[in-house]
Design a protein around this ligand. Structure first.
Ligand code: GDP
Ligand code: MN
Length: 390
């Protein structure tokens, strides 16, 4: 679960991390009022669940309430497209209006799970700001790290070492160590998977301030943090994911053009790999799981083809508890309702595979059968390349 910037900042604030004064608004009039109370120079920050806003025009400076109103109005009308949003971009539903801060330098502080070490790692870099991804790639030496021992947590000397690596001295070094300690505590206590402060700015007055924040929690631990559970009508939820959840299925968007309907997450990932190996890109995977009903299969297929980016669908079912004939009935039902809008490839193996294939053949549906996963992936890639939607 990923929080918007202002929620991430609220969480970090509780761990002693200083943030600028600000207000979240949902209308241009409120942005003007916020600017009025915050002072002359403010920053308007588009609240979308993605980064890269600075470069994409999602961060605007305004002088006075009228300027803030005009700029907020323009932001509310845009869909923001950043390298992290996908091509369609995201609507801006709220704006964080903050006092604009002048600063001398921008640092990066992060915490993440290092899977290769099986440990939480804290990261710090004196080269923060919008170039951090580039810096991490081209100058990895400029990113310093400390692993947290799960039994003892982050030790004071580790926080001091990172603060020192930022090139800070005196009072601000002490402040940086406290911020780093706060990030580690926030990470552990909330079962986070990522926390980032970028930039952590050193203001002209010599104070450290978190100008941007990102907090992602591990969904599997959300049961331990009921306060953080998203509302059922979360406007930022992926609509396909939400629709799938309503019928008890798991949908994961991957961004390519081949939709995948598969039983079991392991098989789904293997299917995605096969598509990639055949030179294609999976659009998603929809895991229909074990005890699925015909209705859920039908809804699942409709969800997969509702993505306008999908140019072919691969149905890969290894029947165990799931019977292939039931899946076939669901598919036939779905295509009756929606029409066969994209070409699809079906690979059935296991329980009632022959019955499933016979049902599909008798239905008169145009589809490509496949025996193996490799063959199915190749056919789906070819169909996505050649196929055009009707
Ligand atoms: P991101 O691009 O989505 O990561 O958005 P950020 O919140 O990090 O903003 C991008 C850049 O805008 C930062 O690196 C800062 O340089 C600048 N910025 C953000 N907030 C402020 C602010 O209050 N004052 C000033 N002067 N610059 C800011
Ligand atoms: Mn940032």
């Amino acid at each position: 679960m990923k929080f918007l910037e202002h929620r991430a900042k609220e969480i970090l604030f509780r761990y002693g991390i200083p943030i600028p004064k600000g207000e979240v608004v949902e209308t241009a009039a409120r942005a003007a009022a916020a600017a009025e109370s915050l002072g002359n120079r403010v920053v308007l920050k588009a609240q979308i669940p993605a980064g890269g806003r600075g470069r994409a025009g999602g961060i605007k400076f305004a002088l006075g309430p009228e300027d803030a109103r005009a700029k907020a109005e323009a932001l509310f009308k845009t869909r923001l497209i950043t390298p992290q949003t996908g091509k369609q971009g995201l609507p801006i539903r709220s704006i964080l209006v903050e006092e604009a801060v002048s600063f001398r330098s921008e640092f990066y502080i992060g915490a993440a799970v290092d899977r290769s070490q099986g440990r939480i790692v804290l990261l710090a870099s004196p080269r923060g700001g919008i170039e951090i991804e580039e810096t991490a790639r081209t100058k990895p030496d400029a990113v310093f790290r400390e692993e947290i021992d799960p039994f003892v947590g982050l030790l004071p000397y580790q926080a001091r070492r990172l603060a020192f690596a930022l090139g800070l001295t005196g009072e601000s070094q002490t402040q940086a160590a406290a911020i780093i300690t706060g990030v580690a505590r926030a990470f552990l206590q909330n079962d986070a998977s990522v926390i980032e402060i970028n930039p952590l700015a050193l203001t002209d007055e010599g104070r450290l301030l978190a100008l941007d924040a990102k907090v992602v929690l591990d969904d599997n631990a959300l049961f331990r943090h009921p306060d953080f559970r998203p509302p059922a009508d979360d406007p930022d939820a992926d609509p396909a994911e939400a629709a799938a959840a309503r019928v008890g299925l798991n949908y994961v968007r991957l961004g390519g053009d081949i939709g995948c309907l598969v039983n079991g997450a392991g098989l789904a990932m293997a299917t995605a790999d096969q598509i990639q190996a055949a030179g294609g890109r999976p659009a998603d995977f929809l895991d229909i799981g074990g005890g699925v009903s015909e209705d859920a299969v039908r809804e699942g297929f409709k969800i997969v083809v509702s993505d306008p980016g999908v140019r072919a669908v691969l149905i890969n079912v290894f029947g165990g508890i799931v019977r292939c004939d039931l899946v076939a009935r669901g598919l036939i039902g779905a295509t009756k309702e929606t029409g066969a809008r994209v070409p699809f490839v079906v690979r059935f193996q296991g329980t009632n595979a022959a019955e499933g294939r016979a049902l599909l053949a008798a239905s008169g549906l145009a589809y490509e059968p496949a025996e193996t996963m490799g063959e199915a992936a190749k056919k789906a890639v070819a169909a996505a390349r050649g196929g055009s939607r009707s």
